[in-house]
Design a protein around this ligand. Structure first.
Ligand code: SF4
Length: 389
């Protein structure tokens, strides 16, 4: 989105959201919806109930709140909807649009709602997601790696001091982050991983809802790592590439799951047989400014990255910068070193900047909401033949 009124961009919206007469419904009576209700102090708004399309749930209650079908919105036409679910998001969005609702006016995704609500009711900065990139090294050499790991000539771990500095800087301004994920490359290759988890866990665990390590399922976690993960309630997100014919021999997903189960460490397993085709980062799509603004707003990519004291909006773009595939872009980052205005930082996190898009959007097909091109996941390459020119 393009700034119209810097630092005050969301004032009008906040007034509506904090109006004590305003009714709200939470769409999604599953885990995400329950977490949303239970983990955040939402006392200043009037939640009338949940909405869900599962017929078995309709008519039951969560914490005294009734679960309705979407038909309730035909009667309560002025109600605002907070979408708090990870599943069927596209279908829900279509239903809401059909009911005359508009995104960021009469329906909100829970992360957007929470950012505005927490800032305007408590002056607290809430963010949805931070990826902490801890190594360029990886056990796989994927041709279509979304963060261009195959382009690194001399992949290294990111220095421990640099990681600590970036984390400290982030939490100097950010009060709470919903998800903090350690990523790579393959994070389990980083020699300092246990110390990184200990550092973040001991200082900032209360500022993080979900603390996770993202692994490609090729390395068994050590007992020491498991111990520190249990201490700080860190879970694993495991990508299962067993469908990739080249790669299946290195797959240790079953062993990892068994080990984590035996040690009471939580994990999420995702079947990754397909990936999005993000396109060639050197090939310009020649989109005009209006289309770029629309694309950037709709893509609404949520994963921010701290890198060299700056918070980058788009992980894909910052990875292209690391790999010398694109240049730095003024709209791409928020400098966290200087005195930060929390409201301006919140607006940056919600997708506001001077141009209303990133230059790199012209070299990228985007994430799921704007991109339906899929390719086979984790196709392995000979590094020497990877060439984007
Ligand atoms: S279109 Fe690409 S570069 Fe632009 S925000 Fe989405 S993922 Fe990032």
């Amino acid at each position: 989105m393009k700034y119209n009124n810097i630092n005050k961009e969301l004032d009008n919206l906040a007034e509506i959201l904090l109006n004590p007469q305003q009714n709200f419904y939470i769409w999604g009576a599953g885990i995400a919806g329950k977490n949303f209700l239970q983990h955040f102090n939402l006392l200043k708004i009037h939640i009338k109930g949940f909405i869900d399309s599962d017929k078995e749930k309709i008519g039951t209650r969560i914490e005294n709140l009734y679960i309705y079908s979407e038909d309730v919105l035909k009667e309560d036409i002025k109600a605002i909807i907070i979408v708090a679910t990870l599943d069927f998001v596209e279908e829900i969005e279509k239903s809401l649009i059909k009911l005359g609702k508009e995104e960021n006016k009469s329906f909100f995704y829970s992360n957007v709602f929470l950012s505005i609500y927490k800032m305007y009711s408590e002056e607290k900065l809430y963010m949805h997601h931070l990826n902490v990139h801890i190594t360029d090294r990886c056990t796989l050499k994927c041709q279509d790696c979304s963060v261009f790991m195959g382009c690194r000539n001399n992949p290294q771990d990111i220095g421990l001091n640099e990681i600590k500095l970036n984390i400290d800087l982030y939490f100097r301004w950010v009060d709470f982050v919903q998800e903090l994920h350690l990523i790579g490359g393959e994070p389990l290759m980083n020699h300092d991983l246990i110390e990184i988890v200990e550092y973040i866990g001991s200082r900032y665990r209360n500022n993080i809802c979900e603390f996770a390590i993202a692994t490609n399922g090729t390395i068994l976690p050590s007992q020491e790592l498991i111990k520190v993960c249990r201490k700080y309630n860190v879970f694993f997100t495991i990508s299962d590439y067993s469908q990739s014919s080249v790669f299946y021999k290195r797959n240790k997903v079953n062993q990892i799951c068994k080990l984590l189960n035996n040690n009471y460490v939580f994990y999420r397993l995702s079947d990754k047989s397909i990936w999005l085709d993000f396109g060639n980062p050197k090939r310009c799509l020649h989109l005009n400014e209006n289309i770029l603004r629309e694309k950037f707003t709709t893509c609404f990519f949520r994963n921010r990255v701290m890198y060299k004291n700056k918070l980058y909006y788009c992980h894909r773009q910052v990875a292209a910068i690391w790999s010398n595939l694109t240049n730095d872009d003024e709209e791409a980052f928020f400098n966290m070193e200087h005195n930060v205005n929390k409201r301006t930082l919140m607006q940056f996190d919600l997708g506001y900047n001077q141009k209303g898009y990133l230059d790199f959007c012209n070299y990228c097909n985007g994430y799921e909401r704007v991109n339906k091109n899929f390719i086979k996941a984790a196709k392995q390459i000979d590094l020497k033949v990877l060439n984007y020119d």
